[in-house]
Design a protein around this ligand. Sequence first.
Ligand code: AMP
Length: 219
Amino acid sequence: MIPGARLIILGRQGAGKGTQCVRLSRHYVVPHVSTGDMLRGAVRHRTELGVMAKEVMDAGGLVGDEIMVGLVDDRLRRPDASTRGYILDGFPRTVTQASGLDELVGERPLHVCVDLDVPRDVVLARISARRVCRDCGTNYTATGGERQPWICEVCGGDVMQRGDDTPDAVNRRLDLYEEQTAPLIEFYGRDRRLAKVDGVGHPDEVFHRLTSTIDHYRT
Ligand code: AMP
């Protein structure tokens, strides 16, 4: 396997993007660029961006396109991404962001945009059980039997429910996904840069489906 890939992973919140992106990032030796994680980092550090983003994120809205394209532009210019590639998770969320990305990447275009497909009722159940390490972003699934406080196995940070995983905010984000992000499927489908992958099943099985599909586009 030759390292390197330039990918977008689309999918409803809770489709397993986070987990699969970590695995794909190791497999292809490329950075996992999660705009949600970048914004949460900015919120933690109380930067100007973080203060603005917190309000939008808490309300389940979307941060402005221009800000998001700028943020991703800075990240993709760093040597790891500019030499080997990237896995974008949570970006683009709108057609404006997708067009912005095409302009940024120019001569080294995307290999494929993967639509990790998991039905809405399945993701709602998954999100209510989702817990995440506040420090390193590792995802966990709550079963109810965890010892509290819950400590991350990877870095020793606090494992908690995200502030934006409340039922109201989740439903609002899923509605936003249908409204604003679904057109991306059409955008990438138009010039055959879209691959739909079934995201239901054991994570190993889903990972295998993903790499088979991605490798088809990398060659
Ligand atoms: P995520 O972790 O990808 O679900 O992102 C959490 C929140 O960050 C989203 O609900 C948005 O408020 C914001 N966000 C993340 N990525 C983007 C993006 N590409 N465009 C706009 N807002 C974003």
